[in-house]
Design a protein around this ligand. Structure first.
Ligand code: PMV
Length: 291
C-alpha cells in the first residue's frame, strides 16, 4: 500500500488574472488530502467516484506502463470547490501514490505536470497555479510561462481562512470573467492591473514586507469584486477581518467559498469566526509527500 498526501492551496494574489498569463502568488495550506493506493489481487479497479482520481490513475498507468488493478481511497480535510485547491491536492496525491504503487519514483516536477494535465482533462481549462503549489509546497509564483518557489522571510504566524460553507464551480466563474473581458475593455485593464499588483506583491513578499503584501491583498479584493467574482458572504468575511485591523481577500474562483486574511491574530480570527461558517488558522505547508 502507498499513502501520499498533498496540501490545499490559497491565492494571496492573482487568481483569475493567472488564466490570462499574469503571475499569481500562492501558498500551500496546512490542510491536506490523503490518498491510499493498494494493489488488488482480484480483477478490476476499485476507485472512488471522482473524475480527478480516475484520470490521475490513468496517467500513473501511462507513465509506468503497468496495468495492475488498484484500489484507491481518498480522505480530505480541504473543503471542496471552495477556493482551497481541493481537486489539485487530490490529483497530485493520487498521481504521486499511484505511480509509486506501480513501481516508479515519479519526481516532483513530473507530478506537478501530470496533476495539471488531470485538471485540464477534467475541467477543460485550468491554470497550473494550484497543481504546482500543492506539489511543491511553501510559497510559489506561477504563470503559464514560469513557475518557481519563493523564499518569504517570517512565516511564523500563518493566515486566517474563513469559509462561508458554500462552493461555486470554478469553470462557471472563469467563464463569467471571460465574457466580461470580451464585452468590456475596462475588464481587460483590471486583469492587467491584478498582474501589476501581483508582480509588486512578489517583490514585497521576498523582501519580508508583509504589511505591503496585506495592502495589495486588499486592493486585489477590490479588483476581484469589480470582475464580479465576490459575493455578499465573501465580502462579509473580508470586512470582518478588515474591521479587526487585518487585510483580506477571497481565494480561488470566488462566487462562494473561502477568504484568506492576515495577520493570523486573535482579533482577526475572532472577527471572521463571527460571520463565517468555519474559520481556522493555517500555516504554510510542505508539498506532496509519502506518508
Ligand atoms: O477555486 P479554485 O481552487 O479552483 O481556483 C481557481 C483559480 C482560478 O484562477 C480562478 C482558475 C485557475 O485555473 O487558476
Amino acid at each position: 500500500m502507498t499513502r501520499s498526501s498533498a496540501p490545499g492551496t490559497a491565492f494571496l494574489l492573482g487568481e483569475h488574472a493567472v488564466v490570462y498569463g499574469e503571475p499569481a502568488l500562492l501558498f500551500a495550506v496546512g490542510r491536506r488530502a490523503t490518498v491510499d493506493v493498494d494493489t488488488k489481487e482480484t480483477v478490476g479497479d476499485d476507485l472512488p467516484d471522482s473524475a480527478y482520481v480516475r484520470e490521475a490513475v490513468g496517467r500513473a498507468r501511462e507513465y509506468t506502463g503497468e496495468d495492475t488493478p488498484l484500489s484507491v481511497e481518498v480522505e480530505s480535510e480541504i473543503p471542496i470547490g471552495a477556493g482551497l485547491g481541493s481537486s489539485a491536492a487530490v490529483s497530485a496525491a493520487t498521481v504521486h501514490a499511484a505511480s509509486r504503487e506501480l513501481g516508479a519514483q515519479m519526481e516532483r516536477e513530473k507530478v506537478a505536470e501530470e496533476a495539471h494535465a488531470v485538471e485540464l482533462d477534467v475541467q477543460g481549462a485550468a491554470s497550473p497555479a494550484d497543481t504546482y503549489t500543492t506539489t511543491m509546497g511553501g510559497y510559489t509564483v506561477v504563470s503559464d510561462e514560469k513557475k518557481r518557489s519563493l523564499e518569504v522571510p517570517d512565516e511564523r504566524e500563518g493566515f486566517v481562512v474563513g469559509w462561508d460553507g458554500g462552493s461555486a464551480p470554478t469553470g462557471e466563474m472563469v467563464d463569467g470573467v471571460s465574457r466580461l473581458v470580451e464585452e468590456n475593455p475596462v475588464a481587460a485593464d483590471i486583469v492587467g492591473s491584478i498582474g501589476d499588483l501581483t508582480r509588486r506583491g512578489v517583490e514585497r513578499a521576498e523582501a519580508g514586507d508583509t504589511d505591503a503584501v496585506g495592502g495589495l491583498m486588499d486592493m486585489n479584493q477590490g479588483l476581484l469584486d469589480a470582475l464580479g467574482v465576490s459575493s455578499s458572504s465573501l465580502s462579509r468575511m473580508v470586512w470582518a477581518a478588515r474591521d479587526a485591523g487585518g487585510s483580506a481577500k477571497l481565494t480561488g474562483a470566488g462566487g462562494a467559498g473561502c477568504v484568506v486574511a492576515y495577520p493570523a491574530n486573535e482579533e482577526v480570527l475572532g472577527a471572521v469566526e463571527q460571520v463565517a461558517e468555519e474559520a481556522f488558522v493555517v500555516g504554510v505547508s510542505e508539498g506532496v509527500r509519502t506518508e
